[in-house]
Ligand binder design. Sequence first.
Ligand SMILES: Cc1cc2nc3c(=O)[nH]c(=O)nc-3n(C[C@H](O)[C@H](O)[C@H](O)COP(=O)(O)O)c2cc1C
Length: 388
Amino acid sequence: MTDDTLGFYDTADLREAARRRLPKGLFEFMDRGNDDEIAMRDNRAVMASIKLKPRVLNDVSVRHQEITLFGKTQKMPVIVAPTGSAGLAWYEGEIAIARAAKAHGVPFTLALGSMTKLERVAEEAGGNLWFQFYMWPERKLSHQVIARAKDAGYEALVFTVDTPVAPGREYNLRNGMTIPFKFTPRNTLDVLAHPRWLAGVWLRYMMTTGTPRYQNFPQETQTKITALPMGRSSNFCPNITWDDVRELRRLWPHKLIVKGIQHPHDAVLAADCGADAVVISNHGGRVLDAAPAPILTLPQVVDAVGKRITVIVDSGFRRGADVIKALALGANAVMLGRAPLHGVAAAGEAGAMRALQIYRDEIDRVLALLGCTALDQLAREHVSLPGD
Ligand SMILES: Cc1cc2nc3c(=O)[nH]c(=O)nc-3n(C[C@H](O)[C@H](O)[C@H](O)COP(=O)(O)O)c2cc1C
């Protein structure tokens, strides 16, 4: 008999398997936050402080967790968030996660800083694909990549706006995960100590496409990842403004999503600029260490724009119960970053499938325990916020 859990019972198991499989420097890049990691810890601490209040004696024998997002029905209320390093977690990890997302009937967001070409992901995986990008200082180059995403059939454009300058991540410097990449005795030993990753990911790239590159960059800027800062796929663009959102609205004919909103007034501005959705996000606690947990900002954003545009939230959602909390507070859907990434690092497509299955099972269970049979029955009365 096969064990379809693969021995992973919760997302913490996937994280632990990823930790064992990946070189330490790479795992830390994928897993950690920035500065003192206060925001990252707060995302979880605040989540834990929010309680769910069950209603009882409702018949919950038949349940489903479908939602309608942008007019499309999807099987679960989650979206795979963009994580630039999926292709280093696993050979062509972007395709692996995208396939898992398709199988689970949820959107997959490909990051600009992926190792795999956006056109290949569309061909090899298909499904409901969204494309995330950071603006380059030379706008024309960004607009060219966006045109490629449009031609390849991506259904939504996710403009990430929360990182105008480089975040502080000292651990990348200590691990030598920075520019110019230098093979030090320390990081060489780190890689050699993880032969499964070395053979299954790095050497496989070397034998096929060569040193992994940011394949979605225009030819003239395409550089080997060894010549760029880890975790940053291009120059930072400190002069992005709302004019860029208005310009994108003119260029992009499909759904436009602004990711990295943390203030209700910015959500209003995004709606005013024609965005179809915002993602309330502190980037998983990886950018501004003093940022609040997005789940706490969520009710204010829902009050401000919830009737006009779609509201998505991410950062720190590790359990189905966390997703339920956000939906009960008015979110339309939740993005998942590290959990599918840990899943793919642990076991490729099967690991990413398992990550999504864990959420599916937990959401189903918590829904029943709250006395509900569908997500649209969730309401504010099911949630107790700190201080309520
Ligand atoms: C390793 C890693 C790489 C990421 N890369 C990107 C990226 O390229 N673009 C982006 O908008 N967000 C990126 N994010 C942020 C995620 O999209 C998402 O906002 C965050 O991971 C959500 O928090 P969670 O990991 O706690 O679920 C990255 C996150 C991680 C962990």
